[in-house]
Design a binder for this molecule. Structure first.
Ligand code: WTA
Length: 568
């Protein structure tokens, strides 16, 4: 019997107080995610239970019990507090998937500071815009990433501390830089946990929109109430599970379901700090005896591409339950996984902004491959008419996905960007920015995004950000960036570029421009293709018509050009 029992029974009188009760939380109490994920689990008698099984690509391994997690997060929290970091200060985690990332995350929350995780693959420009927006006080990083911080630090007077967790004493540290080695510190047995409340800010995750700079999605400690219960009912986590969430905590999946949810449930999780390869993944599952696996469609499509023969080399009978998030999960992937692993990947839908799973397939429920499933109990979901924002009532009609605000993990704002936050709500609904239909039985079927944001391998890339970075290249006069179809990543970044006089459109320059973006932004944002053009299609007032270029890439009708030319 799955944890959720029967979905139909659960939705009848659902109330989030179910989760509050299980967590021992009452309205008005102190609620601190750092404490819930370590101290409380120890108090429940699981101090010696393994919390984290970690390894990297070179075969190094480290294991942590819940008591180790408690002590290490205390130690980091205490160190940060000693530097003068206060509750509410933003502390960025700019780390590979090393233990300090997971332990530091809890340490930051324990002192009431705000955790700001960022992908360590980000280049200096991507890093800068996010730190500048948050006016981040401290950054925790590794030797190999310090150069990127050094490049931008002088533009950031508020950045008081650059903490290096693996300093080896070789090259001198500079002003504001400080070494911190978890292994060399005396573990802090007792840390005074900052009394955060339900509405205290916990995590700031940056996500890309169509226009403007990335937005800092502001979450609160009360998000735990959603994250705990969704993990219990959708990921079906149980005490003896070995759980593997493949997501990097630079992405919301890697925090909500890669730190907070499993540890608040006292579940053992494993982490692999290594790049993707089908063989390495299967070996990891076999070695760690993974039972519950939460991953993403691009990874699943890559596994499909690697073929079934390779699966047979491993014993994957440990797997019990599989789920996926981040992009549309094609029906073929669901059917393939059922045949090859004996379990179908269950599709789940949510966003950085929603903080927790919203639409989902549940264990035990009838699965319709290609559908995102149904709304989580307590989540009121619909599709809305794009003009009136009234719910569509006919099954099969495509509209905008809307959620009634009120679930615990909902974002509380975009950092320093109230206007964009307010613009997300219409007629009492939060608009996710995606389109879907709902069938007669209440299953949601994703049809696409409602904006120009590119979803490449599950990661959102803003065309605006890439276009801005392209313009910084000496050869680029104009640029437009759109999604191009891709078999594995679903979408990849494609740039149309008009060159300045004196530059020759050739393959060598294409490579140079690609690398320029990779270094400045990230490998994900790097265009996979650059098409040289003499000029770009524009509206009368000079706004680039991405839609025209997009339609060409996808062999679609361009649509009504007259409105575009009038500057809709
Ligand atoms: C897309 C990810 C189709 C969607 C946790 C959404 C999906 C965006 C699915 C959020 C799914 C996520 N099917 N599309 N199951 N899950 N998406 O903020 O466009 O990085 O709005 O959070 O990913 O991406 P984000």
């Amino acid at each position: 019997m799955p944890n959720i029992g029967s979905y139909d029974e659960r939705i009848k009188d659902f109330d989030w107080s179910i989760s509050e009760k299980e967590l021992g939380y009452k309205d008005g109490d102190v609620i601190n995610i750092g404490w819930y994920c370590s101290d409380r689990i120890c108090q429940m008698g699981k101090a010696d239970k393994l919390a984290l099984l970690w390894e990297n690509a070179t075969g190094r391994e480290k294991n942590y019990t819940f008591n180790d997690v408690r002590l290490a997060s205390n130690t980091i929290g205490s160190f940060l507090r000693g530097l003068g970091i206060n509750d509410g200060d933003r502390v960025c985690l700019f780390l590979d998937k090393i233990p300090e990332l997971y332990l530091g995350f809890l340490g930051i929350l324990k002192i009431g500071a705000v955790a700001q995780p960022l992908f360590s693959a980000f280049g200096d420009e991507s890093l800068y815009v996010r730190l500048a927006n948050a006016e981040t006080t401290a950054i925790i990083t590794q030797r190999k990433h310090v150069a990127k911080v050094r490049k931008i630090r002088d533009q950031m007077p508020y950045l008081k501390h650059i903490i290096v967790v693996d300093y080896d004493g070789r090259k001198p540290l500079r002003e504001r830089e400080i070494a911190f080695s978890l292994e060399e510190q005396t573990p802090v047995e007792d840390l005074e946990i900052f009394p955060t409340k339900a509405e205290s800010t916990s995590v700031l995750h940056y996500t890309s929109g169509t226009t403007g700079q990335p937005k800092g999605v502001q979450h609160v400690h009360y998000s735990l109430i959603s994250q705990y219960l969704t993990a219990k009912w959708v990921l079906d986590l149980r005490d003896d599970d070995i759980y593997w969430c493949t997501a990097d905590p630079g992405w919301v999946t890697g925090t909500s379901y890669g730190i907070i949810a499993p540890w608040s449930l006292g579940i053992t999780q494993c982490v692999q700090d290594a790049g993707f390869s089908a063989e390495a993944w299967y070996r990891f599952i076999q070695k760690r005896k993974v039972t519950v696996w939460y991953s993403a469609p691009t990874a699943i499509r890559s596994l499909m591409k690697a073929g079934e023969e390779i699966v047979k080399k491993f014993d994957l009978s440990c797997l019990r339950h599989l789920a996926s998030v981040g992009e549309p999960l094609n029906a073929e992937a669901v059917i393939w996984s059922e045949r090859v692993f004996g379990h179908a990947f269950l599709d789940t839908y949510w966003q950085t902004e929603t903080g927790s799973i919203m639409l989902t397939n549940f264990p035990g429920m009838k699965i319709k491959p290609g559908s995102m499933g149904k709304a989580f109990p307590g989540v009121e979901a619909t599709v809305l008419d794009p003009k009136t924002y009234e719910p569509l009532t006919e099954p099969g009609q495509v509209g905008l996905i809307g959620f009634k605000p009120g679930w615990p993990a909902m974002m509380r704002g975009y950092w320093n960007n109230e206007a964009t936050y307010k613009g997300k709500f219409h007629n009492g609904w939060y608009l996710s920015g995606d389109r879907s239909s709902i069938d007669r039985e209440g299953y949601f079927w994703f049809t696409g995004r409602d904006d120009d944001v590119i979803n490449t391998g599950g990661h959102l890339v803003s065309p605006f950000e890439v276009e801005s970075a392209l313009l910084e290249h000496e050869a680029v006069a104009e640029s437009a960036v759109v999604a191009k179809p891709d078999e594995v990543n679903m979408e990849v970044v494609k740039a149309f570029v008009a060159l300045k006089p004196g530059f020759e459109a050739n393959a060598d320059l294409e490579l140079k421009i690609m690398n320029f973006i990779r270094k400045k932004l990230s490998p994900l944002a790097m265009p996979q293709e650059i098409e040289y053009v003499n000029s770009l299609p524009k509206t009368r007032s000079g706004k680039i018509m991405r839609r025209v270029l997009h339609a060409k890439e996808w062999n679609e009708e361009v649509g009504d050009l007259s409105t575009l030319e009038d500057d809709e």
